[in-house]
Ligand binder design. Structure first.
Ligand SMILES: [Zn+2]
Length: 78
């Protein structure tokens, strides 16, 4: 898009509003691998809720950082 159409910026709408906890095997396994915590909390009254929320936020930021870094690597002014 930056090459063909000269796009110099993107607005990624709605990304942050779509951050939800996910209890699938892939996410819970990744959480355990990163933290060593094996009991996944289901609500904020349970142990490790803060770590679970941090994992959830980080899981959102990681792909956003990856694609914005790729765009900047290709066109730094974008
Ligand atoms: Zn998941």
């Amino acid at each position: 898009m930056t090459d063909r159409y000269g796009v110099d910026g993107f607005w990624m709408d709605g990304e942050i509003g779509a951050v939800y906890t996910c209890y699938c095997d892939r996410c819970t396994s990744a959480f355990t691998q990163q933290t060593g915590i094996t009991e996944i909390p289901r609500d904020k009254t349970q142990a490790h809720w803060e770590a679970w929320m941090k994992f959830t936020r980080d899981s959102f930021y990681e792909p956003v950082t990856r694609y914005t870094d790729a765009v900047h690597a290709h066109k730094s002014a974008c």
